[in-house]
Design a protein around this ligand. Structure first.
Ligand code: ZN
Ligand code: ZN
Length: 295
């Protein structure tokens, strides 16, 4: 599975010369599955750059939304395939008792916030609630489950046909009222989604020092992200959803701190990555253990 980050920022776009290396666009990740299909995770402003080269390549597009906060849907209106008649786009997202997914996204793609309405888009677009059970897209098995954030929010576990597993939980506060080191795994939000993932892409918006002013805002402090990753036995971890105040230099230092804490928790060097725009990773499942001699 190939992973490419198009937007790693959380909350609001944060462009500027001091943000150039990690990037200012909000959440969007492209997955290329081993069978050649593509999945898009979230449609923050990062999806605009993805769409520029994407439209002619693939008429059928699946976008998996974690939730409908603006930093995860704002790029939809600027995604080139939406404006091509040959595009067929399916947008998956969390259900809500309040209104359908189409109606809730339509609040953004409608006046006065948008110059066009969903029904005016030339593409063929459909909106689907994620199924309650595992389903298949492009040869991969997908599972979506609710996680601790503000409002209906999903995490995704995507298992490619070669067995590689990626977990994407962009906005998550699993440590809210729950000491992650101590509680049973069945009480940890997102545990089953993240268990033994080959790559866990996870919210890491705040330092531990910043967190006390943001308890209940729906995001993780560094120590909770790392403890969650250790408890779920992630093989690699990408720290994601950077706070808009965190500059390149700040994030460099943050990664150094994270690596030190990770090793103190028993993690191995090289398992942590700080998400940055246009970063590409190849992810694969571990090779099966060799059969015992004589077997
Ligand atoms: Zn967000
Ligand atoms: Zn959010």
């Amino acid at each position: 599975m190939k992973v490419k980050v198009w937007g790693a920022r959380g909350s609001v776009p944060a462009p500027g010369p001091e943000m150039n290396r990690y990037g200012g666009n909000t959440s969007c990740v492209e997955l290329e599955l081993c069978g050649g299909s593509t999945l898009i995770l979230d449609a923050g402003t990062g999806i605009r750059g993805l769409g520029v080269g994407f439209a002619a390549k693939l008429p059928t597009i699946n976008i998996l939304l974690t939730h409908l906060h603006l930093d995860h849907i704002q790029g939809l209106m600027f995604f080139a395939p939406c404006f091509r008649s040959e595009s067929s786009i399916t947008i998956w997202g969390p259900s809500s008792p309040e209104a359908s997914l189409a109606a809730r996204i339509g609040r953004y793609i409608s006046a006065p916030l948008s110059p066009v309405e969903v029904r005016e888009l030339p593409c063929d677009v459909s909106f689907l609630d994620t199924p309650a059970t595992e389903w298949e897209l492009g040869g991969a098995r997908i599972r979506a489950e609710s996680v601790t954030h503000r409002g209906p929010t999903l995490g995704y576990r995507i298992t490619d046909s070669d067995g590689t597993t990626l977990t994407y939980i962009s906005d998550h506060e699993p440590g809210l009222g729950a000491p992650l080191e101590e509680i049973g795994q069945e009480w940890i939000s997102g545990y089953d989604l993240a268990r033994s993932a080959d790559l866990l892409i996870h919210d890491c918006q705040y330092t531990d020092e910043e967190y006390p002013d943001h308890v209940g805002w729906g995001h993780s402090r560094l120590s909770d992200t790392l403890t969650f990753a250790r408890r779920t036995d992630a093989r690699r971890v990408m720290l994601f959803h950077h706070d808009p105040l965190h500059t390149d230099d700040f994030l460099d230092t943050f990664l150094d701190t994270a690596n030190g804490r990770w090793r103190a928790l028993g993690g191995e060097p090289g398992q942590l990555t700080m998400a940055s725009e246009r970063l590409e990773l190849e992810v694969s499942a571990p090779a099966p253990a060799p059969a015992p001699a004589g077997a």
